[in-house]
Design a protein around this ligand. Structure first.
Ligand code: SF4
Length: 355
């Protein structure tokens, strides 16, 4: 991964600009500033691949504990292929005990694989390797006798998973600077922090600065916990937002990294920003006078929806697409060992990536 730099504005060859030649002159002109990187990160891509490959290798049903990634479209696409989503392992019927159950990309508390073992379930862990890295850093603080301060959103599955790596009472959760101010640790000189991977880079820097100010002996993790994908998606939105009349982020309302992109777009100067799951959610009747629209997608939002939104604009506007790109991502995480010999074809992933 290279560091984000100034965006390059250009025309992506894959979007078929020649089609614009036939658009009726009565349509108002529009520039769509399409962010890159956007959409699926390596961890989400891997988690979806794990379910798809498990279905190919073991046949349906494959159980998935919790939404594999926070996106309804992805979940429904996998259900159509034979995945069954459950919230708890107890929902898996005894006759399907030999079918795999996949743990989501957000990670799970240690109690979950323990529960799976006690039920003799066969599980495949799709926890993103970068979330596992945060788990390891939290465990390291704990091993070295430090109380762990986790910066994250209460109730988010990743936070539940990270807290669940350590014994109860050894992790404290803070979300805001106010939380830091109200925090009273038992031993202020023996603290180590980690963060959720999908937080706002700027807000988190403020929370860390306040922690360091209040607790000068606070130990940082060995590496940044906010992941490359979160950082890159926020950076390109920040650079593309100035001058946008509207900034559309494709993502689910329970997707932390997608919600952060809406906030980043507004702070960086977009006049409005909305989070949508499908083109039909855009309030077309009240969109107002727009000349430039920013478009990006959270790490769990599929590219087919980005294309659907571009096509929806093309129906209504004489739309020209400019690519705003800050960095090219090359990260790719290997699937579980049990699945590496199973062939993954473009057609297998077309439901999210398009043809
Ligand atoms: S957003 Fe980051 S931590 Fe989360 S799945 Fe993607 S790469 Fe992994």
């Amino acid at each position: 991964m290279g560091g984000p730099g100034a965006p390059i504005f250009g025309l992506p060859s894959s979007l078929g600009f020649g089609k614009d030649m036939n658009i009726a002159v009565s349509k108002p002109p529009l520039t769509i500033r399409l962010c890159g990187p956007r959409g699926f990160c390596a961890g989400v891509d891997r988690a979806i691949q794990i379910v798809v490959l498990a279905l190919k290798s073991y046949g349906a049903p494959v159980y998935v504990r919790h939404e594999i990634v926070h996106n309804r479209y992805v979940v429904e696409g996998l259900e159509a292929k034979g995945a069954i989503f459950v919230e708890e392992l107890g929902e898996i019927p005894p006759e399907h005990r030999k079918q795999p159950v996949v743990f989501s990309a957000h990670g799970v508390p240690k109690s979950v694989p323990e529960d799976a073992d006690s039920r003799n379930l066969f599980y495949l862990d799709a926890t993103c390797p970068l979330v596992s890295k945060v788990h390891k850093q939290a465990m390291r603080h704990n091993r070295l006798g430090r109380h762990v301060v986790l910066i994250g959103h209460a109730g988010h599955p990743e936070v539940i998973g990270t807290m669940g790596q350590l014994p109860e009472g050894t992790v404290s959760l803070v979300e805001t600077i106010d939380d830091v101010d109200a925090y009273v640790p038992v031993d202020p000189d023996n603290l180590g922090y980690v963060t959720q991977t999908t937080l706002s880079v700027d807000d988190t820097a403020g929370v860390i600065a306040r922690l360091q100010q209040r607790f000068p002996n606070l130990t940082a993790p060995a590496a940044d916990s906010i992941c490359y994908a979160t950082t890159n998606r926020q950076e390109v939105v920040k650079q593309a937002a100035p001058g946008c009349d509207l900034f559309i982020i494709v993502g689910a309302p329970n997707s932390s990294n997608s919600k952060r992109l809406v906030e980043v777009a507004l702070r960086a100067g977009a006049k409005q920003s909305v989070l949508v799951q499908r083109a039909a959610e855009i309030d077309w009747d009240n969109i107002g006078a727009i000349a430039t629209v920013g478009l990006s997608a959270g790490a769990s939002a599929p590219e087919v929806i980005v294309n659907e939104i571009i096509e929806a604009f093309r129906l209504r506007y004489d739309a020209k697409v400019e690519l705003a790109e800050t960095v090219k991502e090359t990260e790719n995480f290997l699937v579980n060992r049990e699945l590496r010999e199973v062939e993954l074809t473009t057609a297998d992933m077309a439901f999210v990536n398009g043809e």
